[in-house]
Write a protein that binds this ligand. Structure first.
Ligand SMILES: [Zn+2]
Length: 429
C-alpha cells in the first residue's frame, strides 16, 4: 500500500495556478506590460504572456487591479539578531550573551516570515547568528517546515582575533567569548579551516571582517579566502570600514563590499571597473530609536549618490538587525527606500537594485527572480505603479513563494507552508 501510495503521488499532476496580472513590471527592461497571464505549475513558472491559455481546473488568482512584479532582495540582513533599546541599549554584545542560539533561530523564523510578508523573496543573511541559527533557518525553509525567503547565509563571520568584539582578556582567553559570534582566523591555515568550517555547517556565502581590527586582512589573505571559497563555488563578502580595507578588498577582487564608510570616489571607480557589488547598508535617518546624525546621513546619501554616478553595481542592503517599535523586520527594510530617494536615484534603478541586482549578487539570476518560464515562482504584487512611486513597495498585497500563495489581499495566508515533516527532503542540508 505504502509503495503504491508513493507511486501514485509521483504521477499526480502538479497543481497549476493562473495569475491574471493587470500590470506586469519587468525591472530589467524598465517597462510595464498590461493584461498578462502567468501560469505556474508546481513550484515553477511555466508560461507568461497576454494570450496564455488557462488549463481547465487551474486555480485562478485575479490580480487585475495590481502591479505584479518579481520578488524583492535584501542583500544584507541579520535575521537571527534583534537588538533592542530594552534591556540592552541597542548593544548587540549583550544580545549575544542574553539570547540563546535556539531563541535566535526562532526569532529568525519570525523575521523571515516578516520579510516575506513585505515581498522579500530572497535574503542574504550575512552572519551574527550565534551557533549557525542562519543555517537552521535556511534548512527549515528549504525542507518545508516553515515559510520564508530563499536564504543565502554566511554562517559565522570570519575575522582576525576578536571579530568585531573588544572582549576582556579573561573573557576572550578563559571563556572563549568571541565564538560563535565570530570565528577567529589569523594565519593562512586558520583561514582555510575557517572557510571549510562554514562550508561544513551550511553556509552559502563567506563573510569576512576585512578591517574590524587594526591588524585586518591584507589583499593576499583576502585572496586566500576567495580561493578557498571558490573551491565550493562560493563568493566572499567583506565587511569594510576603512579606506585601506577597501583598497585591499578591491585589489583582491572580492565579490561584494558591505558598508560604505571605507568607500570614496576612487574606490567607487575601481569597484565599477572590477564589477564589485556594493552592499552599502544605507541607513535612513527616520528609524525611531535608532538615531542617525544629520552629518552621518548626509555622508551616507552622498556616498550612495557617488556610487550611482560612478555606475558601481548597487544592491539594496539594510544590515537590519534591530527592533523598531511598531514595525516588522520587512517594514524596517523598506524604510531604507528613503535613503535611495534622497540620493536622487531614479525609481527604475532603485527597482533594479532591489530585484535584478539582488538576484545577481545572490547568484540566483538563472533560476530564481525574474518572472520568466522555467524560473521559480516567486511573485509579488503592489498597488499603483512603482516606476512612478517606489513607495508602492511598502504596500505589498500579494506574495507567492515557490508556487504557493503566502499573502493575498494584503493578508498572510501561510497555511500551505506548514508541514509536520521535512516534505521537501531531509537530505537538504
Ligand atoms: Zn551586517
Amino acid at each position: 500500500m505504502l509503495v503504491a501510495g508513493i507511486a501514485l503521488q509521483a504521477q499526480a499532476p502538479l497543481p497549476v495556478t493562473a495569475i491574471r496580472a493587470g500590470r506586469l513590471l519587468d525591472p530589467e527592461a524598465d517597462r510595464i506590460l498590461t493584461n498578462q497571464i502567468i501560469l505556474v505549475e508546481g513550484t515553477r513558472i511555466r508560461d507568461v504572456g497576454p494570450n496564455v491559455a488557462i488549463p481547465a481546473g487551474a486555480r485562478v488568482v485575479d490580480l487585475s487591479n495590481l502591479t505584479v512584479m518579481p520578488g524583492l532582495v535584501d542583500a544584507h540582513n541579520h535575521l537571527a539578531l534583534t537588538y533592542k533599546p530594552e534591556p540592552e541599549s541597542n548593544i548587540y554584545y549583550y544580545t549575544y550573551v542574553a539570547d540563546s542560539t535556539a531563541l535566535r533561530a526562532i526569532q529568525a523564523a519570525s523575521n523571515g516570515i516578516q520579510m516575506l510578508a513585505s515581498g522579500f523573496t530572497i535574503v542574504r543573511d550575512m552572519g551574527n547568528n550565534g551557533n549557525y541559527a542562519d543555517t537552521a533557518l535556511r534548512q527549515a525553509i528549504e525542507q518545508g517546515w516553515i515559510p520564508g525567503p530563499t536564504i543565502i547565509n554566511a554562517g559565522i563571520i570570519i575575522g582576525g582575533m576578536g571579530g568585531q568584539f573588544f572582549p576582556t582578556p579573561e573573557m576572550a582567553k578563559d571563556h572563549n567569548i568571541v565564538y560563535p559570534e565570530y570565528l577567529d582566523a589569523d594565519t593562512p591555515d586558520e583561514i582555510v579551516k575557517a572557510v571549510r568550517q562554514n562550508v561544513l555547517f551550511g553556509a552559502r556565502v563567506i563573510k569576512i571582517c576585512v578591517d574590524c581590527k587594526p591588524y585586518g586582512y591584507t589583499a593576499d589573505e583576502i585572496r586566500l579566502f576567495i580561493r578557498e571559497a571558490a573551491k565550493v563555488g562560493m563568493k566572499v563578502e567583506g565587511h569594510v570600514q576603512t579606506l585601506n580595507g577597501a583598497k585591499n578588498a578591491i585589489d583582491a577582487g572580492i565579490w561584494s563590499i558591505a558598508h560604505s564608510t571605507g568607500l570614496n570616489d576612487e574606490m567607487h571607480k575601481l569597484m565599477a571597473q572590477k564589477g564589485i557589488w556594493r552592499a552599502g547598508t544605507d541607513t535612513p535617518d527616520n528609524l525611531a530609536g535608532h538615531p542617525v546624525s544629520a552629518q552621518a546621513y548626509q555622508r551616507t546619501v552622498a556616498s550612495l549618490k557617488n556610487a550611482y554616478e560612478n555606475k558601481v553595481p548597487l544592491t539594496f542592503s539594510t544590515d537590519a538587525d534591530y527592533y523598531v517599535d511598531g514595525k516588522t523586520r520587512g517594514d524596517v527594510c523598506l524604510e531604507f527606500l528613503k535613503t535611495w530617494k534622497d540620493a536622487g536615484i531614479p525609481n527604475a534603478d532603485i527597482l533594479r537594485a532591489i530585484t535584478i541586482n539582488g538576484y545577481k549578487v545572490s547568484e540566483t539570476e538563472k533560476t530564481r527572480g525574474p518572472i520568466k518560464a522555467g524560473f521559480a515562482a516567486d511573485i509579488i504584487a503592489v498597488p499603483g505603479n512603482p516606476l512612478d512611486d517606489v513607495d508602492a513597495l511598502r504596500r505589498v498585497q500579494f506574495v507567492m513563494k515557490d508556487g504557493e500563495v503566502f499573502k493575498r489581499d494584503g493578508v498572510m495566508t501561510p497555511s500551505a507552508f506548514f508541514h509536520g515533516g521535512p516534505v521537501n527532503g531531509w537530505r537538504i542540508r
